[in-house]
Design a protein around this ligand. Structure first.
Ligand SMILES: O=P(O)(O)OC[C@H]1O[C@H](O[C@H]2O[C@H](CO)[C@@H](O)[C@H](O)[C@H]2O)[C@H](O)[C@@H](O)[C@@H]1O
Ligand code: UDP
Length: 919
């Protein structure tokens, strides 16, 4: 009877972990089926994604346990006995092949160089097509047609960009603006004014190019396809795709770092880019740091809510997560056995006999820190003369983005330094640095990796750096040392098996070279083993499969989340109310029973009236309802006791203040339901933060309660208030108090900090126990109406009563907590009504682990002297049709029903109060 409405297959597991496990098993099974099929199939696809290495011997039926097998087969059968490969449209600026024109209608295709291409060649589990620019201007139709045909054989689809667009979009906006900025190199310094002037036209070209990519995607899109957009070139693409078809599953992955929000905010188009990316369903980065930076840019620059899951905008969640990339390690390991690679190895060994080989492989890019690397090598030679004729540095510097002036300058700079050092330390027969201005083919590269003693990777910033992975994969016999920049994403995965360096610290890098060259074999072996294990288990296939399965799952989650909450069927609620004997009405106060907030609250810049008032029109009917002996009413509010006292003193009902931490019957004394070990150490720090923001945000104020602090900006200028609240949240989430035992709760126009475990749902069992005890209740509660403008954190109220609980554990929790014998509450005599926060502050902080256990912490003891229900019977005897949970005006809610505003609550109360049984 719950009001959920969504178009998700009912067989879909509700828990994300279950869904992901299921999908993992299916994937595993799919691989096995593919293996069996391939075994008898001598024909191979000619496409770039063909599966020549994805399957290992262990991946057969024997490697699946019984559960996985039956889980997988269930899913398999549901899909008509065959599990089709997921269709995937990979969209990246560059195609994995670059085209070279041979004639009017003939083209030669060459594999493109770069980490993104290397990584995506591992997409073997998918029926993938790649959409991108072929790296060449093709103005004529004949040429375009011929190229389209040639690329189709490789499952590639071209986007034809004209020369001016490439210049402005790729060389300009992508490589001269976003690329350096995302790698912390700032915006172009020289010729700053002309850069600023041309910025707008470059940005326009960027948007135009992204739209051109989107048009090609739409042309080739089929229902159910996953569209995976890649990199900083295509930050506008998710929005372009969704604008035309909101059903497309869109993922976006960034291969570069995402910088701190302080850097990102320098971009004149900072908002546009973030908003466009957020149109995607799933946004991925190489590391948690980059993901965190992105979320914080969205909260600080866009004023959106960052959640542990991602970024939320008016109920729409964009999931943000880290998916560290890997390589197809098998491909490298197997290549080492090939005769041509063995020949290369032999050649290299002979060529550099008697010398240790150091290797650098980079695109010739500022971010790779090539000059810094060479200078560090120079310093090493200077300080270690005994090594001068015993070591050689091979630096492969692949030309890249050669049309961008900064890259041209870098090339001359590197040549100059190499020439100087070779002149300084070289002899007639040997030079210390071999610098190659070109790329190597795969086999030559593998051979080079295999003969290397020390790999030197000194990127100033690098999204991941796959060269480091490839080096490790090829080092099974040599077990050489990896010197790795701490600013490469790879440092977070391979750090334990590498010598980490700050590439800007030339002396430190030089010292690490010495350490690496002198490292004992056992130490080298240990480090290598660690990295080898990582590289061979975290592959590019796994990376892609995880991203796509998370994307599919994100869509399911979104469907489950965005169900429409139906309106409360008032007539039914009233009928059921009449038919029941012992009812519980649990009502919120603020924005539920109060007058609507209005700007009348502010007079001449001062806040006139901050306290909420019970709606005038509700007063009489509420009184009437309270007088019905079969109805128990609880006002459950975040407000403090004084506020509830002021408003409800004359009513015959229960007041639960501060989210249920304090309780009284209007005729009795306040009692506390607070746990004894409630930790309040954080209060002073949070108070300082609130004071700081209150002083700087006209119209805002804060309330200091016993168990929480609330900063309200209802009467502040709304845009500024929102911005300030974002800054405040950022500070609370990541600042000095982020480790305290608190929950930071974002309200509509408020920020609240509570002790961990203080939620309305957590207090209910105590409240119920006390009502039962106090009233001498003879029969269980058989009707519950629970309505409020509750924050999502407090929606556990609904779950608590929900007779149709989603899982057994919740049911168990409720049964247990409703056991009257476990229900405890303590009285506070009037004189000691104020539980002093400072007393509580003395208690020690809770560690994270303690925090998670905290919810079941012991509560203050009470003597159960008047428990009246027969032993063993339950306080609640609630049938699903007698439970009405209503959110008041919140569109996103776990409640069964929606009451649109506090006016509707008033009407409902009136109907209940005036209802009469037909007889
Ligand atoms: O196509 P280009 O403009 O010549 O540049 C080549 C690629 O460079 C960048 O690669 C990044 O991706 C790697 C894999 O994720 C990662 O390891 C590396 O740290 C990054 O720099 C760029 O992001 C790609 O778009 C380019 O194709
Ligand atoms: O002569 C070369 C030099 C490099 N690469 C490849 O280029 C990629 C570089 O990726 P990385 O992530 O290290 O950096 P990116 O160039 O993407 O910034 C690696 O897969 C290398 O194998 C190549 O194929 N030939």
């Amino acid at each position: 009877m719950s009001g959920s409405k969504c178009n998700v297959d009912p067989a879909t597991p509700k828990s994300r972990t279950e869904r992901l496990m299921k999908e993992r098993n299916l994937r595993k099974l799919n691989r096995v089926f593919n293996l069996n099929e391939k075994a008898g199939d001598s024909l191979r696809d000619a496409d770039l994604f063909s599966n020549d290495s994805a399957l290992t011997e262990t991946e057969n039926f024997a490697s699946l346990n019984e559960e996985e097998l039956s889980e997988g087969i269930d899913g398999y059968e549901r899909q008509d006995q065959r599990l089709p490969k997921q269709r995937l449209l990979v969209v990246a600026n560059r195609l994995p092949v670059s085209a070279v024109r041979q004639g009017k209608d003939s083209w030669q295709l060459e594999i493109s160089v770069g980490g993104l291409v290397s990584a995506l060649l591992g997409l073997k589990e998918f029926d993938a097509r790649w959409i991108g620019w072929a790296g060449v201007n093709v103005p004529d139709e004949i040429g375009q047609e011929a190229l389209t045909k040639a690329l189709a054989e490789k499952k590639c689809i071209p986007v034809f960009l004209d020369e001016d667009t490439v210049h402005q979009y790729y060389n300009g906006y992508c490589n001269n603006i976003i690329w350096p900025l995302f790698h912390y190199l700032g915006l172009p310094q020289e010729d700053r004014l002309s850069t600023t002037r041309s910025f707008q036209s470059q940005f326009d070209a960027y948007k135009k190019a992204n739209q051109m990519f989107a048009d090609v995607v739409h042309e080739h899109y089929e229902d159910g396809d996953v569209v995976w957009c890649h990199d900083y070139h295509l930050m506008f693409l998710p929005r372009c795709l969704k604008e035309k078809n909101s059903n497309i599953k869109v993922g976006w992955f960034l291969h570069t770092p995402f910088p701190s929000s302080e850097i990102h905010r320098m971009l004149p188009s900072r908002r546009d880019l973030l908003e466009s990316v957020l149109a995607a369903d799933l946004v991925g980065f190489h590391t948690y740091d980059y993901a965190r930076h992105f979320v914080s840019a969205c909260t600080r620059i866009l004023g959106l809510e960052g959640t542990p899951e991602g970024v939320e905008n008016q109920g729409k969640l964009t999931r943000v997560a880290a998916f560290p990339i890997g390589i197809d390690s098998d491909r490298f390991i197997r290549a080492l056995e090939l005769p041509q690679v063995q020949d290369h190895i032999k050649e290299l060994k002979e060529r550099f006999a008697g010398r240790k080989v150091m290797l650098g492989v980079d695109r010739l890019d500022m971010i790779k820190g090539i000059p810094q690397k060479i200078l560090a090598f120079e310093e090493f030679l200077e300080e270690n003369p005994e090594w001068r004729d015993k070591v050689v540095l091979l630096q492969i510097a692949v030309p890249t983005r050669t049309d961008v002036p900064e890259y041209q300058k870098l090339s001359s700079q590197v040549h100059e330094i190499v020439g100087r050092i070779n002149g300084r330390f070289g002899t007639l027969t040997a030079v210390p640095i071999h610098h190659l201005d070109r790329s190597l083919d795969f086999h030559a590269l593998c051979a080079l990796y295999a003969v290397t003693d020390v790999a030197l990777i000194t990127s100033l910033r690098d999204g991941m750096n796959l060269v480091s992975y490839e080096f490790v994969a090829c080092q099974a016999s040599k077990k050489g040392v990896l010197i790795l920049s701490e600013f490469a994403g790879a440092a977070q995965s391979l750090g334990a098996g590498a010598l980490l360096v700050n590439p800007w610290n030339i002396a430190e890098v030089a010292a690490s070279i010495s350490q690496a060259l002198n490292m004992p074999a056992d130490e080298r072996e240990k480090m290598h083993q660690h990295n080898f294990m990582h590289v061979t288990t975290h592959t590019s296939q796994e990376w892609a499969a995880t991203f796509v399965s998370e994307l599919n799952d994100t869509i399911i989650e979104a469907q489950l989340r965005t169900r429409q909450v139906p309106f409360l069927p008032v007539k039914v609620a009233v009928e059921r109310y009449l038919q029941s004997n012992n009812r519980l009405l649990m009502l919120g106060f603020n924005a539920t029973l109060t007058e609507p907030a209005s700007t009348q609250g502010v007079r001449g810049g001062h806040i006139r009236e901050l306290q909420s008032r019970l709606h005038l029109e509700i007063k009489e009917t509420l009184k009437k309802l309270c007088d019905d002996r079969r109805t128990n009413i609880v006002i459950l509010s975040g407000s403090d006791r004084a506020v509830l006292d002021d408003n409800f003193r004359e009513y015959n009902l229960w007041l639960a203040a501060e989210n249920g931490m304090f309780l009284r019957h209007s005729t009795g004394e306040w009692m506390t339901t607070m746990p004894e070990n409630l930790n309040m150490d954080w209060v002073d720090s949070v108070k300082h933060v609130f004071e700081y923001f209150t002083e700087r945000t006209p119209g805002s104020h804060f309330e200091l309660r016993e168990t929480s602090l609330v900063w309200k900006y209802k009467y502040a200028e709304s845009h500024f208030g929102k911005l300030q609240s974002k800054d405040m949240l950022q500070h609370l989430w990541t600042g000095p108090i982020s480790n305290a035992a608190v929950d930071v709760v974002q309200g509509d126009r408020s920020v609240e900090v509570r002790s961990v475990g203080v939620t309305k749902g957590a207090a209910i069992d105590r409240i119920l126990g006390e009502i039962v005890r106090n009233k001498g209740m003879k029969s269980p509660i058989d009707y519950v109406l629970c309505a409020g403008h509750f924050l999502s954190k407090d929606e556990d109220v609904y779950t608590f009563f929900e007779p149709e609980l989603p899982c057994e554990s919740l049911a168990l929790a409720r049964t247990r907590s409703l056991d009257p014998a476990r229900t405890s509450i303590s009285m506070i005599p009037d004189s000691t009504n104020q539980v002093k926060a400072h007393q509580l502050r003395k208690q020690r902080s809770l560690s994270t682990l303690e925090r998670s256990n905290y919810r079941s912490a012991a509560w203050r003891p009470i003597v159960h002297d008047r428990m009246s229900l027969p032993e063993g019977s339950s306080v609640l005897d609630l049938k699903a049709e007698n439970f009405f949970s209503c959110t008041v005006s919140r569109k996103q809610s776990d409640a069964r029903y929606l009451l649109q505003s506090s006016d509707n609550v008033g009407t409902l109360i009136k109907e209940l109060a005036e209802s009469k049984s037909p007889n």
